[in-house]
Design a protein around this ligand. Structure first.
Ligand SMILES: Cc1cc2nc3c(=O)[nH]c(=O)nc-3n(C[C@H](O)[C@H](O)[C@H](O)COP(=O)(O)OP(=O)(O)OC[C@H]3O[C@@H](n4cnc5c(N)ncnc54)[C@H](O)[C@@H]3O)c2cc1C
Length: 434
């Protein structure tokens, strides 16, 4: 019997478990560990609460968790409660699927001022992540800025701009819904260092902005290259750029605006103890398509700044780390003998939920090639891990525990909402009578 530990129960963790299950059948036991008693990683804590259809992918993960050879061991933080070296003693292979939980830093003066928030924190706040339950983002000013030109930037701008009614059916947590409902923000400026052709925004997410109840997107057609130049773009990107261009035709007079400010590089954030202004440099594209400063600067007034410029993994003791890439050093998913990485921990923070599936299957193939099904292992697996955790006073949870939490969250839901998430670690444990 082989014993495998997957650390992290986001998409990459579940797809890898599914692949290992298929490869080994009853010849292996696969344990999915997570630092929380609740599974799904960014499906729960990242994907926007008003995009419930995407979150439904978790049903597929439930099926994996229900398979005979797979177990969920929650409430165990690897690196704190148990080390990777200890897991390697207990398991034939350890696969890190820990994602990239931290916001990348802007690296500009003023970043530490109040009101400057990384997207991981802001997204975690409205999605009920326990680390950000007390974030309390400043929503009393009229101007906010979101730095970045990807879908996460769009999520943040949209969440800041929607009306309370538009959150019906979502699972945005109550504290965020109430705060946003009372928000004074009327203008959200989305700053991108390059132009419309360089955006990393997908058509569906962009298209939505054209149909919001109280907010309208604003673009400046002078930022766009001639329309014929769009023909050179790949079809998805062309569609996104067309949607952006068409925003120029919107003639509404809604009370909120989302301004796309392209060729805008933040230089510094200024304010007296808290953010008041971003100083921005106008850029242009150089020969290689990179942003080059023009020397022209201007100020964008704003009391809330959300930087949505990417994520990085949290280093774990004993695991080689790629500082620049914000992920674990690995070759095709292999970090070292019997130690692997999948998903964002392997590739860095890019790609959709689905991108993690081939990733997980590829790494499962590597594992199976190194230790073919049918060959024996003599590691202690979950039994040994549980003994170790008990000796440290750590109380792991299982999937039945998650189902109890899920039932309680569903029972607490606002009318029309699928759940009201518990936002404190303690609340999860109390639900389980711990
Ligand atoms: C704001 C945001 C919105 C997104 N929206 C979409 C979208 O609309 N559509 C789409 O296709 N993709 C979306 N994505 C991308 C998608 O969420 C990722 O591709 C995917 O979640 C990455 O999967 P992962 O398993 O590598 O990491 P994660 O989903 O981050 O999972 C990592 C897991 O590891 C656990 N963990 C971390 N450290 C430890 C530790 N030390 N010990 C134990 N457990 C640990 C975490 O608790 C978590 O459960 C979005 C991403 C973000 C950030």
């Amino acid at each position: 019997m082989r014993h495998f530990a997957i650390v992290g129960s986001g998409p990459a963790g579940f797809y890898t478990a599914e692949a290992l299950e298929k490869a080994y059948g009853d010849q292996a036991r696969v344990d999915i560990l997570d630092r929380y008693p609740v599974p799904y990683g960014l499906i729960r804590f990242g994907v926007a609460p008003d995009h419930q259809s995407l979150k439904a992918v978790s049903k597929r993960y439930d099926k994996v968790a229900d398979s005979a050879g797979v177990d969920f061991i929650g409430n165990v933080s690897v690196g704190r409660d148990v080390s990777v070296a200890e897991l390697l003693e207990l398991y034939d292979a350890v696969i890190l699927a820990v994602g990239s939980p931290h916001s990348r830093k802007l690296g500009i003066p003023g970043e530490a001022l109040g009101g400057v928030i990384g997207s991981a924190d802001f997204v975690g706040w409205y999605n009920g992540h326990p680390d950000y339950a007390d974030l309390d983002p400043p929503l009393t000013g009229t101007h906010a800025a979101v730095i970045g030109n990807g879908n996460v930037a769009l999520d943040c701008a949209r969440i800041l701009s929607k009306s309370r009614r538009e959150f019906e059916g979502s699972d945005i947590v109550g504290h965020a819904l109430d705060a946003l409902d009372n928000s004074a923000i009327r203008t959200v400026t989305i700053l991108g260092r390059r132009g419309p052709h360089q955006i990393a925004m997908t058509p569906k997410e962009l298209g939505e902005l054209g149909h919001l109840e109280e907010a309208q997107p604003v673009v400046d057609l002078n930022d766009f290259p001639p329309r014929e130049a769009d023909d050179a773009l790949e079809p998805g990107q062309r569609k996104s750029v067309t949607i952006l261009r068409d925003f120029a035709d919107i003639r509404a007079n809604k009370r909120k605006t989302m301004i796309f400010d392209f060729f805008a590089k933040p230089l510094r954030i200024e304010g007296d103890g808290k953010a008041e202004t971003i100083v921005v440099e106008r850029t242009e594209l150089d020969e290689k398509g990179a942003a080059r400063g023009t020397g022209e600067t201007y100020e964008v007034p704003t009391s809330l700044i959300i930087s949505a410029i990417g994520y990085s993994s949290a280093p774990i003791e004993g695991v080689p780390y790629d500082e620049r890439g914000g992920k674990f050093l690995n070759e095709g998913g292999r970090i070292a003998d019997r130690l692997y990485a999948v998903g964002w921990a392997r590739r860095g923070p890019s790609g959709t939920i689905g991108t993690n599936r081939p990733d997980g299957y590829e790494v499962a193939d590597l594992v199976a090639a190194a230790m073919p099904s049918g060959t024996a292992g003599d590691r202690a697996g979950a039994a040994g891990l549980k003994r170790l955790l008990e000796s440290r006073g750590v109380m792991p949870t299982d999937y039945d525990d998650w189902r109890k939490i899920e039932e309680n969250e569903a029972a607490n839901a606002r009318p029309g909402s699928p759940r009201e998430k518990f936002v404190r670690h303690q609340q999860w444990l109390q639900t389980l009578g711990r």
